[in-house]
Design a protein around this ligand. Structure first.
Ligand SMILES: Nc1ncnc2c1ncn2[C@@H]1O[C@H](COP(=O)(O)OP(=O)(O)OP(=O)(O)O)[C@@H](O)[C@H]1O
Length: 252
């Protein structure tokens, strides 16, 4: 019998998604190893959110292979094992940060002391303990997105899929969040897939998936990408790969 705990956290092969009659993900093949921080980088509109939605099982018209933690993406047993944070924070404005977490912890089936412990832990992880009793509606944008992240941390998911979690945050908070991401991978074995359209976040990742126009341009470590393309920055590596892809398309 196949062991669903072995192998990569995510495996895609021939993955294609059609939205509104357009192919927005085109024949993707890649793997995301377990317990790593992988960056999903590419320009606005290249398909990052669509890929994340496919991985968490909320995207229609997905064809090809897409396995998550050894099971087909979206399979019911994955629900409690995968955490997902969208670009727009999804919390209740009329509840405090702590009440939001308590509510979502109860939805996950957590009770009693274990629930209280998980809630306090998640608040501390995202550095929001001092604002725990403020109504979500009165929190800043960055604080709200950290409440969403804390919700995703409840239940200690094995895979965290985070759509642009550091957008709009100040440099200190951004650094603290990246430190948290690495701690989760190193200490809890969590796999993190984190999207960004800012190339300067690339060096904070152990691995990179570079996307452009619905295709994966590269699936590698930042160092390997730079040395393979003979460039010094990931932005230059990305441009080099785009030019190479364009030349190939022109030859065809
Ligand atoms: N409901 C929809 N119907 C048709 N096309 C869509 C729909 N939603 C998104 N698209 C298209 O799919 C493509 C990929 O969109 P997606 O949101 O996945 O990109 P993205 O890389 O996450 O962009 P951003 O960084 O701006 O969030 C875009 O060209 C977009 O216009």
């Amino acid at each position: 019998m196949m062991n669903s705990d072995a192998g990569p956290a995510i495996r895609a092969d021939g993955l294609t998604v059609v939205r509104g009659g357009r192919t927005v993900l085109d024949d993707l093949a890649f793997e995301v190893p377990r317990s790593t921080v992988t960056g999903l980088l590419g320009p606005s509109g290249c398909g990052k959110s669509t890929l994340m939605r496919a991985i968490v099982g909320t995207q229609a018209k997905v064809t090809g292979t897409l396995d998550v933690l050894g099971r087909p993406a979206g399979a019911a047993p994955l629900r409690s094992r995968v955490g997902y944070v969208t670009q727009s924070p999804s919390v209740y404005a009329d509840l405090t940060a702590r009440q939001n977490l308590d509510y979502f912890a109860s939805v996950l089936g957590l009770t009693g002391a274990a629930r209280r412990e998980q809630v306090e832990h998640a608040l501390a992880d995202v550095d929001l303990a001092s604002h725990a009793d403020v109504l979500a509606g009165n929190l800043s944008g960055g604080q709200l997105s950290r409440v969403s992240l804390a919700v995703a941390l409840l239940g200690t998911p094995e895979l965290l899929v985070l759509d642009e979690p550091t957008v709009g945050l100040d440099p200190v908070l951004r650094r603290d969040l990246w430190n948290l991401f690495h701690r989760l991978a190193a200490e809890r074995g969590t796999t993190l897939l984190i999207s960004s359209h800012v190339m300067d976040e690339a060096d904070r990742c152990e691995r990179l998936l570079l996307m452009r126009a619905g295709r994966v341009l590269a699936d590698d470590t930042p160092d390997a990408l730079r040395s393979r393309t003979g460039t010094e920055t990931i932005e230059d590596a990305f441009l080099h790969l785009v030019d190479t892809a364009r030349r190939k398309e022109a030859l065809r």
